[in-house]
Structure formats: structure tokens, C-alpha cells
Design a protein around this ligand. Structure first.
Ligand SMILES: NC(=O)c1ccc[n+]([C@@H]2O[C@H](COP(=O)([O-])OP(=O)(O)OC[C@H]3O[C@@H](n4cnc5c(N)ncnc54)[C@H](OP(=O)(O)O)[C@@H]3O)[C@@H](O)[C@H]2O)c1
Length: 241
């Protein structure tokens, strides 16, 4: 999909990868970006990037009424980027049940709510694309992120079903599988991380070159290659981390 003159909606646009995506989209010449967040006041910095092209709107992706209202406020979208996400650390036996629900509510149901709400508009607008920001650990579980992995693996499966279900509507569906990124989500985790700006650049390149599965950084590229060769070896490697 060409980004020039696209009308884009990004969830979780107030910080991290979402903020970097809005900045990169503006640089790529989009017509308009609906930058959305749970708290509209947190969108001041992103709106200041280009107050003519950035429209701040409030949405909590787990709230059906707000998602439905959003689809009415932003009827001209042709590119939806499901970026909002949450992560709780902990192994599969210990993560509190409410934290498991929270991760599935945002990472799986939230992205699905948004896709269901926006497919009719994107189709009506002549087609376009939906991007789901997943994670490398959707492919193989890292046990210290056990329930996050599971919610994102479910979102990956949803991404594949969605792709098949909208293929006759001129809507492309892209899955993004980042490795470690330098945002609040992994603050305090000491490891090599890619900048959100580099992730955003790779995501936009993937959309423009029609790459269904986007591995946007060196860690994800290398581990995806290893996973394709021997997925059990990657599972064992992650189990030891
Ligand atoms: N950082 C990494 O290493 C990494 C790696 C792979 C994939 N990812 C994925 O990349 C995406 C962005 O993550 P990030 O690293 O930028 O994390 P982040 O800095 O923690 O930002 C998360 C964003 O999601 C928003 N959000 C959370 N729950 C929401 C809800 N119910 N409704 C709407 N927005 C909600 C947050 O809004 P508030 O400010 O209101 O909390 C925030 O804008 C996520 O899907 C994450 O899983 C991140």
C-alpha cells in the first residue's frame, strides 16, 4: 500500500512505538493521522508534531462503545495500525488471572474490536490495510513473558484469519514481529534494544513493499531465520532465557 495521502489511525499513539509511527507516517506524506490514546490529554506532544494533519482522539480499545464511536469520528480511514499493547512479566503458573485477562483484552480482543469496527469503513473508502503490531515471542514462547506471548500468539492467529477474511475487500493485513524495543514496556530490562524510530521505519517499508510478515529489527530477523530452520531449537533457547 502506498502511504502518500493515506488516512491512518494509530492506537497507543501517545508514546513508544505508536508515537514513532505517527512521526514516520507524517514524514512519509500521509494526508492525515488519527492519533488515539486512552487519555486524550496524553496526545499533546504527538499533535504538536503537525497540528494540521494529526487529529487526537480518545479510545480504550477494550471498550466496545468507544471503539464504535471512534469509527464514526474517523470514517475516512484507509490504514488502521493496531499498536496498543500491554505486557505483564511472570511465568505461566504465577501471573495473576486479572493480568492474563488484561493482556488478552488489549492485545487480542482490543485489536480484533478495532479491526471489526474499521473493516467496513476501509472497504467503503476503496480498500487499504490493517497492521497488527505483534511480537517475536508470538512465534516461540519466552517463559518469563508467558501470558503476554500467549495473547500475542492468539493475535497472530487472528491476523491470519483476518487476512483471509478481507482478501476480497481490497484490504491487506500485515503482522509485525518486533524483538526488544527501547520503550517503557521493557524499561528496566537490560538487553540490546532497537529504537522505536527504526521499528517505525521498517514497518512503513513493509507496508509499502507489501510484506505480510514484517520482522523490523536485527533480533527479529535473525531469530525468524533460526525459527524457520528449527523452531524447537528457538523454543529451547527462549526457555533458557
Ligand atoms: N517494547 C518492545 O520491546 C516490544 C516488542 C515487541 C512488540 N511490542 C508491541 O509494540 C506495541 C507498542 O508497545 P510499546 O513498546 O510502544 O509499549 P508502551 O510504550 O508501553 O506503549 C503501549 C501503548 O499502548 C497503549 N495502551 C495500553 N492499553 C491500552 C488500551 N486498553 N487502549 C488503548 N491503548 C492502550 C498505551 O497507552 P497508555 O499510555 O494509556 O498506557 C501506550 O500508548 C505493543 O503492542 C507491544 O506489545 C513491543
Amino acid at each position: 500500500m502506498k502511504l502518500q495521502n493515506a488516512t491512518v489511525l494509530v492506537t497507543g499513539a501517545n508514546r513508544g512505538i505508536g508515537l514513532a509511527l505517527v512521526r514516520a507516517l507524517l514524514g512519509a506524506g500521509v494526508q492525515k493521522v488519527y492519533a488515539t490514546a486512552r487519555d486524550r490529554n496524553s496526545l499533546e506532544a504527538v499533535t504538536a508534531l503537525d497540528s494540521a494533519r494529526v487529529i487526537p482522539l480518545q479510545v480504550d480499545v477494550t471498550n466496545h462503545d468507544l471503539v464504535s464511536r471512534l469509527s464514526e469520528q474517523a470514517p475516512d480511514v484507509n490504514l488502521l495500525i493496531n499498536n496498543a499493547g500491554v505486557l505483564s512479566f511472570g511465568n505461566i503458573l504465577e501471573v495473576p488471572v486479572e493480568k492474563i485477562h488484561e493482556q488478552f483484552d488489549v492485545n487480542f480482543y482490543g485489536a480484533l474490536n478495532m479491526a471489526r469496527a474499521f473493516v467496513p469503513a476501509i472497504e467503503k473508502n476503496g480498500g487499504g490495510a490493517i497492521v497488527n503490531i505483534l511480537t517475536l515471542v508470538a512465534l516461540a514462547s519466552m517463559p518469563g513473558l508467558a501470558t503476554y506471548n500467549a495473547s500475542k500468539a492468539a493475535a497472530w492467529s487472528m491476523t491470519q484469519s483476518l487476512r483471509a477474511s478481507v482478501s476480497d475487500k481490497n484490504i491487506a493485513v500485515y503482522g509485525v514481529f518486533p524483538g526488544a524495543v527501547d520503550t517503557d514496556m521493557l524499561a528496566g530490562v537490560d538487553m540490546a534494544k532497537t529504537s522505536p524510530a527504526d521499528i517505525a521505519k521498517a514497518v512503513l517499508h513493509g507496508i509499502e513493499t507489501d510484506l505480510e510478515d514484517i520482522f523490523p529489527d536485527p533480533m527479529s530477523t535473525q531469530l525468524y531465520a533460526a525459527w524457520r530452520q528449527d523452531h524447537k531449537a528457538v523454543e529451547k533457547q527462549f526457555a533458557g532465557m
